[in-house]
Design a protein around this ligand. Structure first.
Ligand SMILES: NC(=O)c1ccc[n+]([C@@H]2O[C@H](COP(=O)([O-])OP(=O)(O)OC[C@H]3O[C@@H](n4cnc5c(N)ncnc54)[C@H](O)[C@@H]3O)[C@@H](O)[C@H]2O)c1
Length: 381
């Protein structure tokens, strides 16, 4: 029988609850405790987790954990992940890994020094069709890559009354739209193509120069029912929108637009790859299919069906064709690989993102912010 793991979740707002649900699908992981700075035991009771702590240090010191999942606002990732690593506990951190590349470097160094598994939740890698696109590129079916374009579009910050901790650089970091969702997009591009960005050129815009900050707490995606006396007008420094051009190490060109103020697009990731043999187009709002573009014969459409996907892709699929898999399933597949690595004490040959990938995202993001400020191309070492 395979080993059972004891896990603790820090931060149970929107995404922490998703982690708990998807971990339960694995069968070999027990969420023995959670930490939240607000109503910890109430949240534990609601999610049927045995114990709720107000302080992550107590949870880590008392629960003999195999892994800690860090699901709190970005500015807290560094201290929580570092504490867990120092105590010899494997860490799965939500993106972005930290708020500066220096913090991310320190986390990667500590995880390596302690020989612990260090994982990121860059879950989009595990949409079955995104994974299949990677296998198609690797098999040579797409040819040499000429261009890549697409983006990530949301509307949950569309109104100036929409408010969340992500709008505050002290909690979220110097970039908002790109760090929050652009990081998923560019990680997926590098993952699928195997190419690396060498240069960036960015254009940022903040359409709402001020927003109405509620005077009481609001959870992510919870919607708002506030009256004028419930908020104050605050200046906004981070971008609602980012358009970024990229040059890759093979000479490929790429452009993307990332926005959190696109009415009607709830959470759409689109990605087009044009190669010397054919092209691919994928849309996360129809995530179970990929369009294959050809010059000399009819175009194709491949659907998620493990019996016709490439063998490695079938390994990240839970259900037969016609049974739609989406957002939540990507967490399950990511966690499946991460706990396999914890079991083996080794992550080689697995595809989940680690702290080195998290650090890369931080460095790319820093260069993108610099490029937007200086209005010029910036190289990425
Ligand atoms: N991979 C993805 O698809 C994805 C999606 C959404 C969010 N995220 C990431 O997950 C993280 C959390 O985002 P969210 O949308 O769940 O936020 P959220 O505001 O909904 O939830 C955050 C929770 O953390 C708690 N918290 C804050 N500080 C804490 C502390 N020091 N100790 C313990 N608990 C604390 C809050 O009380 C809240 O319950 C962010 O880093 C975000 O970028 C990733």
């Amino acid at each position: 029988m395979s080993r059972k793991f004891r896990t603790g979740i820090v931060g149970v707002g929107f995404i922490g609850a998703v982690h708990i649900e998807q971990l339960r699908r694995l069968g070999n992981v027990e969420v023995v405790a959670l930490t939240d700075s607000v109503d910890a035991q109430k949240k534990a009771d609601a999610l049927h987790v045995p114990k709720g702590y107000a302080d992550y240090r107590q949870m880590i010191d008392q629960e003999n954990l195999d892994c800690v999942h860090v699901c709190t606002p970005n500015s807290t990732h560094f201290e929580i992940a570092m504490y867990a690593l120092d105590k010899g506990v494997n860490v799965l951190c939500e993106k972005p890994l930290a708020t500066t590349p220096e913090e991310a470097e320190a986390l990667l160094a500590r995880a390596r020094e302690k020989k612990l598994i260090h994982a990121m939740n860059l879950n989009c890698r595990f949409y079955p069709i995104a994974y299949q696109m990677r296998e198609m590129v690797r098999s040579g079916e797409v040819g040499d890559i000429f261009t890549i374009h697409g983006g990530y579009h949301q509307d949950w910050l569309f109104y100036d009354t929409d408010y969340n901790w992500r709008l505050e650089p002290a909690l979220s970091g110097d970039s908002r739209a790109f760090a929050d969702i652009g990081s998923h997009w560019i990680d997926l591009v590098e993952f699928i193509t195997g190419l690396h960005v060498v240069e960036v050129m960015a254009d940022f815009e903040t359409f709402h120069k001020t927003r109405k900050k509620p005077l009481k707490a609001v959870d992510t995606y919870s919607g708002m029912k506030l009256r004028p006396e419930d908020y104050q007008e605050v200046p906004i420094q981070t971008e609602d929108y980012a358009a970024v051009l990229f040059h890759f190490d093979n000479g490929a060109h790429c452009c993307c637009h990332i926005t959190q103020v696109f009415a009607g697009r709830k959470n759409q990731m689109v990605l087009s790859i044009a190669g010397s043999k054919n092209s691919l187009h994928w849309d996360s709002e129809a995530s179970n299919e990929v369009w294959i573009g050809r010059r000399d014969r009819d175009n194709g459409q491949l659907v998620k069906d493990p019996s016709i996907l490439m063998p490695k892709t079938a390994g990240v699929v839970s259900y037969p064709g016609g049974h739609v898999e989406g957002f939540a399933d990507t967490f399950k597949q990511n966690f499946k690989q991460i706990y396999k690595a914890i079991e083996l004490g080794d992550a080689t040959s697995l595809d989940f993102a680690n702290f080195a990938d998290g650090l890369r995202e931080m460095r790319l993001c820093e260069k993108i912010v610099q490029s937007a400020k200086e209005r010029r191309w910036v190289s990425v070492e």
